[in-house]
Design a protein around this ligand. Structure first.
Ligand code: OAK
Length: 817
């Protein structure tokens, strides 16, 4: 495929004039002095105008096709920045560079002015955004639906070594990409009660009485596919009060009282919950979930009715994908609409529901399986609790018929746990869907065999796997121009939409000239990252050292602590032997901790403490540097990942559902050091066992080790280097003024059984790191392995993933050209 030709309506000639006009007319600003933020905004509006024209031009074909559509419901999307992604996907890069230069700016500097749209916590939200890009590129007719939070994920600052959170008011300076559709407001109800009545035909029916209402306003963000021929819409709902404010209270002088109900309503879309695991029992979170679901189903049904067919054809026209259990109340809401408002019979409505919904599970952490107290759910959504109880009653009859007399099984499978009276959202999602998928092969096996085996027995064939993927447009083409140019020069540009084509690079791993160019591209990215680190933290890092990177949310199961133990051990070895034959290293670690996650915050403090000590030690500082990268986010990932040489993916086996960072690193030529967890296993199979550093217990061994009663003390006693590292951390070597700071981390390890098995995998991790060092000392062999990583990553494109969903779960054909 040749580079996409810019369609006429891109109108690159007038771009410069358009930018200036927007600075004046939309921003109401002077052109002088030339302020980069103003010019970024002007450019953004100029792009937005072209994008809307494309959207209108392509919508017609979309509607004409009358094809089935998928609705991807997610409480989180994590798009990051839009400008460069739009420009690359629309094929406007050269024109935009020229226009920016004519105005006295570099396009890259303007792009740096954009704030990330951080409307997600991590993996689940970023995956949703990669899927939007791939649906647009692969012309799969669909929509993303979510919430337009006023405040996204907090900004992380490091103050005296500790994480501090700052509110992320991402729209404060305007958001050119968000199109408010004020004309399509919907009402969403909460509270009140369910009221029985008899209709004129004498049938007993139910309605929702005395409810409060909140308005849902759709705000659209358009997502252009690569080549600019197809645009997908991400519709995010913003909450608005239905009543404005109480004039009566206001006139009586109670201004704050008058604002109360307005504030209560608008709180719904105020802020993203900053946890990367479910939030239990928070009423506002439940209201957010229902708000998304109610507004979205109204929109879907409106569109369905407009296109003609009745409800019996609904599942042939509509597929709804539940991104984890967060939007699962949709099962009860669709039943409510069909039975209470459209007057369908229960069985008919239920068949429609089950054929419409599918559910993706993104975690096996037991503490992360979402449940709601029935009382709370019944107070906020009274009719839904009744409907869930009825779904549960009928479902348990099915279970009883299959396993007569097995009350234990009924209790285990029940949607409403009879013991705790909590609603198990995963059970509702499984019962109400036709397919349930995990996000990597191991994860899907664990779901079937360990987490939901009795559901799997009851519904053979319902459980399936779709291994995650990432978009090669953002994560290679756009983030890594140096490597993309090199790849395109050798194999042409088609890899951007057909990632398997990267396999054509394989023979080039044997070509010394190509390896040299490959190393030069990596070095350019390392220099770019070094400039960034210098700018952000004032610290110089050396591009001629091994860049060893672990960036992801801070969580005990991800084992940033194991990484620290390796660093401390390496530090000790270097202090003992300054001539040790290992390559100099820069260890970069970044990630946010949930604000209430005590242990994760302590681990950040440990990393910053170790960094302070190591970096200040003249005896080792030329051989080892440690950097904590504050505020890890999508735009930072775009700089860090292309520069990485070693990618740390070291979770306790069986605990990371898939991981997607692992894919981004390998695609950019980093070698992985990792455990046999999540998608690491499939990455190993793809790139070859000799091009990856695998270590540690397998998921089955983790289970067996725990079952046998693991004793970390014995392991520590038998390993002098491990004992030394733990001892230094435990007695305050890195924080002499606060020697007990890390006692809680060590207690967890040594007194509470080391649940994440850090000590069990320590020695294997060090041996794998020895192999890393040995290979890195042979640059030609390392580079060949790096090329083989990139060349074998075709499978991990999100294009492949969404096409699998379309075929096996949604039953949707991509639209033709
Ligand atoms: C967040 C909240 C609740 C449940 C799961 C998550 C989540 O982010 N899970 C992550 O999803 C990613 C995308 O599937 C996976 O790659 C990660 O392994 C998983 O932790």
């Amino acid at each position: 495929m040749a580079k996409p030709a810019a369609p006429d309506f891109h109108q690159l000639e007038s771009l410069g004039e358009d930018i200036k006009r927007y600075v004046l007319s939309i921003l109401g600003n002077d052109l002088y002095p030339p302020d980069p933020f103003r010019y970024y905004s002007g450019l953004a509006y100029a792009i937005r105008e072209r994008l809307i024209r494309m959207w209108l031009a392509t919508q017609a074909s979309y509607y004409d096709s009358m094809s089935k559509r998928v609705y991807y419901l997610s409480m989180e999307f994590l798009p990051g920045r839009f400008l460069m992604n739009y420009i690359t996907n629309m094929g406007m890069e050269d024109g935009c560079r020229q226009a920016a230069a004519d105005l006295g700016f570099s396009l890259d500097d303007l792009a740096e002015e954009e704030r990330d749209a951080g409307l997600g916590n991590g993996g689940l939200g970023r995956l949703a955004s990669c899927y939007m890009d791939s649906m647009a590129t692969q012309r799969i007719p669909g929509y993303g639906y979510g919430i337009l939070y006023d405040y996204g994920l907090f900004h992380q600052r490091i103050v005296n070594g500790w994480q501090e959170e700052e509110a992320d008011n991402w729209r404060r300076h305007g958001s050119p990409w968000v199109i408010d559709r004020v004309e399509h407001l919907y009402e969403v109800k909460f509270y009140g009660r369910s009221e029985a009545y008899t209709d004129p035909q004498g049938v007993l029916r139910y309605r929702w009485a005395e409810a409060d209402t909140v308005m849902a306003m759709p705000c659209d963000i358009l997502i252009p596919g690569h080549g600019g021929k197809h645009v997908t819409n991400m519709r995010l709902w913003a909450a608005a009060s239905s009543t404005g404010f109480s004039l009566r209270d206001f006139n009586q002088g109670d201004f704050l009282g008058a604002m109360q109900s307005k504030i209560h309503s608008e709180n719904i879309s105020k802020v993203l919950y900053p946890n990367d695991e479910p939030i239990q029992g928070k009423e506002l979170r439940l209201r957010q979930q229902y708000f998304l679901v109610a507004a979205t189903l109204r929109d879907i049904i409106r569109r369905h009715k407009k296109s003609g067919p009745g409800f019996d054809e609904f599942p042939d026209q509509v597929a709804i994908q539940l991104n984890d259990t967060h939007p699962t109340i949709a099962v009860a809401e669709l039943m409510r609409i069909l039975v209470d408002e459209e007057f369908l019979g229960w069985d008919e409505a239920w068949a429609i529901c089950r054929r419409t919904f599918a559910y993706t599970n993104h975690t096996v952490l037991p503490e992360a399986l979402e449940t709601w107290p029935a009382d709370l759910l019944g107070r906020v959504l009274p009719r839904h609790l009744e409907i869930i109880a009825e779904i549960d009653r009928r479902f348990l009859l099915e279970v009883a018929a299959a396993h007569p007399g097995d009350q234990g099984r009924q209790n285990r499978l029940a949607i409403i746990d009879p013991a705790s009276r909590r609603v198990r959202m995963a059970h509702l999602a499984i019962v109400g869907s036709h397919k349930v998928n995990g996000v990597a092969r191991l994860h899907s096996d664990i779901l079937r065999e360990k987490v939901f085996p009795e559901f799997d027995a009851l519904y053979p064939g319902k459980f399936t796997n779709v291994t995650n993927g990432i978009t090669p447009r953002r994560w290679l083409l756009q983030a890594n121009p140096a490597l993309s140019r090199l790849i395109t020069a050798r194999i042409g540009p088609d890899w951007t939409t057909d990632l398997d084509r990267l396999a054509e690079l394989l023979p080039l791993a044997e070509d010394p000239d190509f390896r040299k160019d490959w190393r030069a591209a990596k070095r350019e990215n390392k220099k770019r990252l070094a400039r960034y680190v210098l700018r952000k933290s004032g610290m110089g890092i050396n591009p001629d050292t091994l860049f060893d990177v672990q960036v992801k949310r801070m969580h005990e199961y991800k084992r940033q602590f194991l990484n620290v133990l390796h660093v401390v051990t390496l530090y000790n070895r270097l202090r003992r032997d300054p001539h040790l034959a290992v390559p100099p290293r820069t260890v970069l670690i970044g990630g946010k901790a949930a604000p209430g996650y005590f242990m994760a915050k302590r681990i950040i403090r440990l990393i910053t403490a170790v960094a302070e000590t190591v970096n200040a030690d003249d005896a080792v500082r030329s051989r080892l540097r440690v950097v904590f990268l504050p505020n890890y986010c999508v735009s930072q990932a775009e700089k860090v990942i292309p520069a990485a040489e070693l990618s740390q993916q070291i979770s306790t086996a069986g605990m990371e559902a898939s991981g997607t960072g692992n894919m981004k690193f390998a695609l950019n030529g980093a070698l992985t050091i990792g455990t046999l967890d999540g998608a690491n296993i499939e990455i190993m199979e793809a790139v070859g066992r000799e091009n990856i550093f695998i270590f540690g217990l397998t998921a089955k061994e983790v289970e067996a080790t725990r079952a046998a009663g693991y004793d970390p003390g014995r392991r520590v006693a038998a390993d002098a280097e491990l004992a030394e590292a733990l001892d230094m951390i435990g007695r305050g070597y890195f924080t002499p003024s606060e020697p007990d700071l890390f006692a809680p981390i060590l207690d967890n390890l040594l007194r509470h059984g080391d649940y994440y098995l850090v000590t069990a995998d320590y020695r294997a991790c060090l041996e794998a790191q020895d192999a890393v060092n040995a290979l890195y000392l042979d640059p030609e062999a390392w580079t060949a392995a790096s090329i083989r990583n990139t060349a074998n990553m075709g499978f991990f494109s999100s294009d492949r993933a969404v096409l699998e969903y379309a075929k096996n779960i949604w039953n949707i054909e991509p639209l033709g050209e």
